[in-house]
Design a binder for this molecule. Structure first.
Ligand code: HEM
Length: 158
């Protein structure tokens, strides 16, 4: 994995634009003010991770798929540290944050890297009746793509 920085960047950019958990949920411990708005203690709060990872103040060309932004120093607005995803950096929290952050984060990253690397290394991929992937989003809570992607594999290695 350390020798596949572009794959790592592709996975991170995918999680930025298509987080599997676009909202995280918390209960407010006590009355507080957020940006001037009063939030009563015990309220349930939805945190829009999807919007945070596409905030125009923090990201350039935010709705474009640009894995290069996750390669070192390719985006002048951010440093490598700001790209870490362990929950301390609120511009990029695909796995949530804090004590209720995703427990499977490391396993998920490891599995995604090894699985996608093997699928790309061993097969070529085609799509039936389509030139490009249609990434239009559906209306569900999980922001899945509207039209399911169907791919066919062509074995490359024996
Ligand atoms: C790409 C893969 C995954 C993504 C994007 C993801 C994302 C998330 C997010 C956003 C949360 C909510 C975090 C928060 O509220 O701050 C969460 C919670 C959780 N995830 Fe994942 N997850 C992934 C894979 C996994 C895997 C593979 C496991 C287990 C093997 C796992 C186990 C959990 C558990 C147990 C929680 C609840 C933690 C708690 O409430 O204390 N996740 N995940």
């Amino acid at each position: 994995m350390p020798n596949l920085p572009y794959l790592r960047a592709v996975i991170r950019e995918t999680l930025r634009l298509h987080p599997s958990g676009p909202f995280i949920i918390r209960e407010c411990a006590e009355d507080c003010k957020v940006n001037g708005s009063f939030v009563k203690g015990k309220s349930h709060v939805l945190i829009n991770v999807y919007a945070m990872m596409q905030d125009p103040e923090l990201w350039t060309n935010l709705d474009e798929f640009i894995p290069e932004r996750f390669l070192e120093s390719s985006d002048e607005k951010i440093s490598e540290h700001q790209m870490e995803f362990k929950g301390q950096n609120f511009r990029y929290i695909p796995f949530g944050s804090g004590r209720r952050g995703c427990l499977g984060r490391s396993l998920a990253m490891l599995m995604m890297h090894t699985t996608i690397a093997a699928l790309v290394q061993r097969f070529d991929w085609t799509m039936k009746g389509r030139e490009n992937v249609d990434l239009s989003l559906g209306s569900g809570f999980g922001v899945e793509i509207e039209k399911p992607l169907v791919c066919y594999r062509i074995t490359r290695l024996t």
